[in-house]
Design a protein around this ligand. Structure first.
Ligand SMILES: [Zn+2]
Length: 146
């Protein structure tokens, strides 16, 4: 699943969590739950890289916008939720740029094993999930700012 979608889901987890620790743990759980859902993928790495770069930069931009849109009293837990939701995917840039995943082998094996329902035809679904989650997040953020 695109990391931007993980970030958006993690922000919702952070808004619902009572504190930053539960937000981070909930964010990690949301990552693996979303990776079980059929999603885009299963492409050769040279084909994935341009999309992964754009997705990573979009995810960072979303983190900045959500941070700025979140009331100060909730920012830490929302940031923790977004961090927890995206941290499992550090195996990809770790492997590509540093030659190794930062996680133990059993974590990477588990992460790979749950992504059995990837398809190169599911990019429209990824974009729809992203837009839908962003819309829900915008509504929730508007409500908590009141
Ligand atoms: Zn993942």
């Amino acid at each position: 699943m695109l990391v931007t979608n993980h970030v958006l889901a993690g922000a919702l987890v952070g808004l619902a969590a009572p504190g930053p620790v539960t937000a981070f743990v909930g964010g990690v759980a949301s990552h693996f739950a979303l990776d079980v859902v059929p999603h885009w993928g299963d492409r050769p790495i040279d084909e994935v890289m341009p999309i992964a770069m754009a997705d990573g930069l979009t995810g960072l931009g979303v983190i900045a916008v959500v941070w700025r849109s979140t009331p100060p009293g909730r920012r830490l837990r929302v940031l923790a939720g977004m961090a927890g939701a995206s941290v499992p995917d550090l195996d990809k840039p770790g492997t590509v740029f540093l030659g190794a995943s930062p996680f133990p082998r059993f974590v990477d094996d588990f992460h790979a094993r749950i992504q059995t329902r990837e398809s190169s035809a599911r990019m429209p679904q990824e974009l729809l999930v992203g837009v839908g989650t962003a819309a829900v997040l915008a509504l929730v953020l508007r409500r908590v700012r009141r």
